[in-house]
Design a binder for this molecule. Sequence first.
Ligand SMILES: Nc1ncnc2c1ncn2[C@@H]1O[C@H](COP(=O)(O)OP(=O)(O)O)[C@@H](O)[C@H]1O
Ligand SMILES: [Mg+2]
Length: 375
Amino acid sequence: MSPRSFQDEYGIIGESVEIKKIVEVVEQVAPTDITVLITGESGAGKEVIAKAIHGASNRSKKPLVTVNSGAIPEGIIESELFGHERGSFTGASEQRKGYFELADGGTIFLDEIGEMPLSAQVKFLRILENGEFLRVGSSVSRKVNVRVIAATNKDLESEVRHNRFRADLFFRLRSVNITIPPLRKRPEDIPIFFQRFVEEFSEKNNVPFAGISDEAMELLRSYHWPGNVRELRNVVESMLILEKGRYLDAADVRKYLKEYKPAPEDRHLPVHVGRSVEQAERELILRALLDIKGNLLDLRNLIIKQAELNAEQKERSDAVLVDSRKTPNLSLQEMEHRMIAEALQRFNGNRRVAARALNISERTLYRKIKEYGLE
Ligand SMILES: Nc1ncnc2c1ncn2[C@@H]1O[C@H](COP(=O)(O)OP(=O)(O)O)[C@@H](O)[C@H]1O
Ligand SMILES: [Mg+2]
């Protein structure tokens, strides 16, 4: 048995020089406690790298607490991060640990750090410098041992120039900066991603794959991938399922790439498609619905949990994952907006399929798309 490489072990896919260099840096910094700033466009793989750094560190048995700074309402972010004392503000009926305390001994991954309000940045800098912090409403300084990994898709230097990000924090954070280039800048990684994602989805859905033409692969390699690896993954999944594992030529692939795509209905004009495509579509829709349902259940559970927390004045003990898609207290409208955006993204802008998945008429979907400016 050949030994698995570091890269394989931590699930980092890619053969480009850029990825190889990143893997080297990850390997070097992982065992240390150095703060790492990961920058890159959305979907480029920032979270993959953060997980690898934690996984390869000697903190890997302790929690990795992921916090999406952009998803927490500004008014409660300090209490979420640093905790609060009982009675420190209306509704603070019990003391509560913040994410830094929950991550004690482990790693905190602060995603979308560019969204952190300035007031919280001051406190964050202090924790970075000496591990010390105050819970909201407390004058007793506490200490934690937490390794910090931060990520952003913003240009922090420009944020500093516009006084939206503290210069001292920026300098402190960027001591080790890993920049993940967008996928379009490393097209040599595209075939390997394609291959891995095909393997993953064909196994998961039990769809054998008949292959792809050189010309079709060239299309994938030359596409600009605004959503980066995340988008490629979605496209591979859609193609595999909607085309039922058929051999893919350039015309097939073109339909799934936004820029090249003809009008959404075109690919449903009668070619020699038949029941099999209908069948595959139904499966994809069903799985999407389950996904959406899953997200709603997450939301529901979060809301219930929040209510319980307030009611029972219970202290949280487990690490809590904060994700932008799971923010509680969304209005119905916001939820509808998100569901529609999600369905459109999942079906690569195909409104007919999205409408069916959402169980609304295409006309209604068009209206909502306009209403929410989702075009
Ligand atoms: N180098 C990579 N190796 C394996 N999977 C990757 C890589 N880059 C991105 N991905 C996959 O692409 C998707 C988006 O990656 P993610 O780390 O969440 O991006 P970001 O945090 O930059 O938005 C995930 O499904 C992730 O598993
Ligand atoms: Mg991310």
